[in-house]
Design a protein around this ligand. Sequence first.
Ligand code: SF4
Length: 351
Amino acid sequence: MTDIAARLIAWHRRHGRHDLPWQRNRSPYRVWVSEIMLQQTRVATVIPYFERFTDRFPDVAALAAASLDDVLGHWSGLGYYARARQLHRAAQRVLEHHGGVVPETFAELVALPGIGRSTAGAILALSRNVPLPVLDGNVKRVLTRHNGIEGWPGDRRVEALLWTLAGELVPADRAGAYTQAIMDLGATLCTRTRPLCSDCPVTQTCRARELGQQEQLPAKRPRRLLPEKHAVFAMLQNDAGEILLQRRPETGIWGGLWSFPECPAQTDVVDWAADQFDAGVEIVTRAPILRHTFTHFRLSIEPIHLRLRRAEHRIADRPAVQWWRPAEAASLGLAAPVRRLIEKHFPSEPS
Ligand code: SF4
């Protein structure tokens, strides 16, 4: 074992986190769910979601048998919903092709939807002690700083170098303990801003610390301007107080989640609604613009509150377009801005 791995493991034994929910009753399934939730999301945010999710779906079979709506409902608020859809699909595949047992080989794991090289490594190292490297955001930060690596870690050349370094450090017999240790170091001491170098077990060999470059490394992604998009949300309400929601297609943003029907920009919303739903509507109010940033673009949402003009006008439910009482809608898989709009404009009546 390298000296660095030994120091990390010894530090983790005394100072690391040992009581996170996915460290209790540790199983490949629980590690898998936690690793997917922790992508781009902080531990403190993930904990309550993980507990609710694994209470409701305690194993692969329960997750595979659940409806996508149920799964998305338990993910609602965590963001990056493609993760939930892929986890659900992967569970169905594990049930179908592996008898409900999370695969034990790297090749079988990376063949599942949503599992990349780092996640497969983490599942096998943390739950089965298999000596495979992990390169999540925390590990990248530690390795970049410790080795003084310049260049953005998302760059292919830099990433390849990091994978090599990560692979060299994993001890053959203590992969689980080592992986947990380096991930924890990145999450608790070698943090993005103000790392606590004086408490760090590898401070004597850290190049960034030696050069005073902790804040400069890892290098930031080169800046690029995000394109702007615009959407009009038709928040249509009937005389029973119900709101009309539409399930979005599986692909594209907020795939499979429920949202307000979207009226094309530059189109008269009243004419559009009349045409789409064969119903006369009137505008109640134009709500303030809401902004939402995705990885690849910024979206400005123009919410317009509409009402059916005559009580006898009824829009028939279709599978992907349905009326919901606002209180019922809260339990659906909703895009975050849609949830905010419902809470603000259609507060549920006190029970
Ligand atoms: S010494 Fe500081 S910068 Fe280097 S690995 Fe430790 S915490 Fe990170």
